[in-house]
Design a binder for this molecule. Structure first.
Ligand SMILES: [Zn+2]
Length: 338
């Protein structure tokens, strides 16, 4: 089969487009003919540094495709249109054994081979019917980002109706998902973007206000927009560049949810703010099966709909990585495969 893979971590140049052996499904797995695969920042981190992925490695956590072969018992059969839930519980840890949420969720395409390929093998339990409300490209654009944003805002921050949420990186795939989910939960959204050019896109996705944070102090803009009060929740995935502002703009008893550090892991922090304002810092990683099913329900109803920045053929995955690294996206980048 044709695939995009790399044999050692590094720059965009390590990605190779070429022949790769078509995988064979083990017992309990399905072989999926990939129609589209969404890209995530995770793909860039995995490509740049070795994080325990199998080598040579095929990236791609967000897979939409058609069942080609089933090895084991399943309600699905050859020809069914499916989407993959990328959050795989280990089944072995203490929490899994007690029927609770897994303590070390595995991500499809990170610890397994992924979807930058014509075919991929997926555990049958990770398969769900493709939403009829979405195209193939849209289907491949929602799993990882919507699951992460839902886990952050609904489960961890417990965002309440009428609360204000500030979203960093609002114009990217994760940010757009966060805007839609925050609005669905009844929140007021202040979207932070890097340039004026994407203000229209975040407002179209549902943001009440947009702040261009490269121009002037974010805290002052947030104060002006919240009558000097600050926000209830900050949605963080940027890290070093934004962390000191994130806690500063929270009101008393506010919470920051963090699921990534695209600008670096180290953040400066005045710790007195944390106890004086009684803030909560909530770490988030992916989400769980029941959350994926809740999102799928909202997508099937048409409540949530992923926003697409652009599509690339599989053979142009390098250009897609280049575009993602450059930033300034208006939604998701998706590889169209067959
Ligand atoms: Zn587990």
């Amino acid at each position: 089969m044709k695939a995009v893979f790399f044999s050692k971590p590094g720059g965009i140049g390590v990605l190779k487009y070429g022949h790769f052996p078509t995988p064979k499904p083990k017992h309990g797995e399905a072989l999926i003919r990939v129609k589209a695969c969404g890209m995530n920042h995770l793909d860039i981190w995995l490509r740049k540094e070795r994080m325990g992925e199998p080598m040579p490695h095929i990236l791609g956590s967000d897979v939409a495709g058609i069942v080609e072969k089933i090895n084991g018992k399943s309600l699905f059969k050859k020809g069914d249109e499916v989407v993959v839930n990328p959050s795989i519980s280990c089944g072995k840890c203490e929490r899994c054994q007690k029927g609770r949420d897994c303590e070390r969720v595995l991500i499809f395409g990170a610890k397994t081979q992924g979807g930058y390929a014509e075919y991929t093998c997926v555990p049958i339990v990770q398969l769900y019917p493709k939403p009829s409300t979405l195209s193939w490209v849209e289907t491949a654009a929602f799993p990882l980002t919507y699951l992460t944003a839902w886990h952050m805002l609904r489960t961890r921050a417990n965002l309440q109706k009428g609360e204000t949420v500030f979203i960093w990186g609002a114009s990217g795939g994760l940010g757009m998902a966060a805007i839609q989910i925050a609005k669905h939960l009844g929140g007021k959204v202040i979207a932070a973007v890097r340039s004026k050019g994407v203000v229209f896109s975040v407002k179209k996705a549902g943001a009440d206000e947009a702040v261009v944070h490269s121009k002037g102090k974010v805290e002052e803009k947030v104060k002006a927009l919240t009558n000097g009060k600050g926000v209830d929740v900050v949605f963080e995935s940027v890290g070093t560049q934004t962390w000191e502002f994130s806690l500063a703009m929270l009101k008393s008893h506010g919470r920051v949810v963090i699921a990534g550090t695209t600008s670096g892991d180290i953040g400066k922090q005045d710790l007195s703010q944390v106890y004086v304002k009684q803030l909560s810092i909530l770490g988030c990683r992916m989400g769980y099966r029941r959350e994926f099913e809740e999102i799928l329900g909202l997508i099937n109803k048409g409540t949530l709909k992923p926003v697409i920045d652009s599509t690339f053929p599989l053979s142009h995955a390098k250009e897609a990585h280049q575009k993602m690294e450059k930033g300034g996206l208006k939604g998701k980048i998706v590889l169209k495969i067959s």
